[in-house]
Design a protein around this ligand. Sequence first.
Ligand code: UN1
Length: 498
Amino acid sequence: MQTATTTYKNNIGGKLTESSSKDYFEKYNPADKSELLGKFPKSNAKDLEEAIKKAKIAFEKWKKVPAPKRAEVLLKAAEITTKEKEELSQILTKETGKPIVEARGEIQEVIDTYHFFAGEGRRIFGTTGQSELPNKSVITIRQPIGICGLITAWNFPSAVPSWKIAPALLSGNVVILKSSKDAPLSGYKLIENLYKAGLPEGCASVLFGTGEFGDLIVRHPETKVISITGSVEVGKMVYETCGRMLKKCALELGGKNAIVALEDANQELLLDGVLWGAFGTTGQRCTSTSRLIIQKSSWSNSFIEKLATTAKKLIVGNGLNANTQVGPLITEKHRNNVHGFVERAVKEGGNVLTGGKFLTGKDLDKGWFYEPTIISGIKKDMELATTEVFGPVLAVIEVSNFEEAIQVANNVEYGLSCAIYTKDVNKAMSAAHDFESGIAYINAPTIGAECGGATAFGGWKNTGNGSREGGITALDTYTQYKTIYIDYSDRLQRAQID
Ligand code: UN1
């Protein structure tokens, strides 16, 4: 059946506006490459100028709205998202290929993020200090910064933009989102729902395009904060530009995350954890488990065999089928990239225990499906042990003891998420402290970060530049401090002199 294709427009400050480029790109379903999901504008510099103009005007008003009032928009948006959860999840599955249960999880993450930051509207705490002088007070408050340029990836096109949008708006900023060209509709829906929730005109825009367009946002002198989720390579370029412009910048980049399995691990728990960590979201999370660092033991060989036979049974297919466990890769190009890693790993001496091939067959021919892949015999310095694949490929690295396991886990340029499976509390806590990563898990895989007060999402080393998302520390990206001195002595008091 032929259905009419929707041609989407830029949403500039709440108004659907045709791009002055009059040019469009097409977005297809990765599980069914014949299904065109929509045409999206190739936004250009003129569109950005328009969004900036509206954002500047909106900022002057929005920053003066009390934070608890700003929070009400997020609460309302959470309510709307809850009502539309199923529809938004279906869109997400069609755009990214992720299984529908995972899509529902991601939309829930948007709702949770809105709830959490709405609560922060009653806090956004600063600090109070003690003056050195009598009859004088000192307080430090947080204030918004201005227009925030938000650039996000296709793998979490709803949740990750919400991690940026919610704290940015809540603290009084205005935002311009570039939705990823490989998953543009989810970001479009996020902005649409914020306006349905009562966001004033101009406070948010969504534009579309490639990295080149993203670069225009980064370089624009009126964007005062840049937050980007993407590759290390792109992150370095963005950081350089922001550095030259002294612009605030938050980077959330790649990962090469490891599960360390010690000889006393609960094997059943480990099996489930590794499968979920490595093949959930088809390995396309920056937190995906891409290395299993396993201590040689009486059971390690049989465990690795069992892991491979269980991975082979995972149901790969269209994420809209309720029984699908693993979806497709996002594009043909990405599938070729992933396969390239496998081929090179084999050349370097890796043994493919399962997978390593494109999946073919009736429905599988329709999309970019790839077999869940496990490769053993990987040594700590090989490409597959050190470079992010962003696909369903798990490298198995055998080690002799706990110390070696930690060394191998840390032997990468990235530092996002590491996990340890053990019943020994001393080793578990030592590992959690010694992992060079922003997130550590004990007896749980490397994926599935939550949002809320105690949580902070972000990485060490080349995974980022110290900023955090998802929890209260996200406010550090979107606020600047001001220290206010109140002198009620009615006389000149000279600090450090009188
Ligand atoms: C990402 O892949 O960019 O912790 C984010 C997780 C998810 C978020 C992943 N909540 O796995």
